[in-house]
Ligand binder design. Structure first.
Ligand code: DGP
Length: 126
């Protein structure tokens, strides 16, 4: 049952780059979308496939997404699986990355999951 104390309203930030992509105000190459998420190609690809999967709802970090909208966090992971299938990297493998905060060099403060594939990754990451 839906918790009546939780807001179902979707928040947006007029100054947020990714909110503008969700709203169609800034162009992006969208590869998948559903009710809760949008997936589009990263402008600065770090691998042959580099897609960002984001919640439509504006939250700054993955931790905030999990706390405030756990159903959107689950939708994000489901969307990643769809994108990987669609991009032909589900079998060969891919890496998913949430950058959170300064040490991880998060540059856009709208939670997003990087999906990187199409080449062999190294470990540890830089
Ligand atoms: P992060 O460093 O984890 O915050 O990643 C932000 C990513 O967003 C980075 O890989 C580059 C990408 N990016 C920045 N601006 C744009 C844009 O306007 N369009 C698209 N498609 N990607 C962008």
């Amino acid at each position: 049952m839906t918790d009546p104390t939780r807001s179902t309203e979707r928040s947006t930030d007029p100054d947020c780059l990714f909110c503008k992509i969700v709203a169609g105000q800034i162009p992006a190459t969208v590869v998948h979308e559903d009710e809760a998420t949008v997936a589009f190609r990263d402008l600065e690809p770090q691998a042959p496939t580099h897609v960002l999967v984001i919640p439509r709802h504006h939250v700054r970090t993955a931790a905030a997404l999990a706390a405030e909208r756990p159903e959107d966090a689950a939708a994000l992971l489901a969307a990643v699986a769809r994108v990987a299938e669609q991009e032909g990297i589900a079998e060969s493998g891919y890496r998913t990355v949430f950058n959170t905060g300064a040490d991880a060099q998060q540059s856009v403060f709208h939670a997003h999951l990087h999906v990187l594939g199409g080449r062999a990754m190294t470990w540890p990451p830089g």
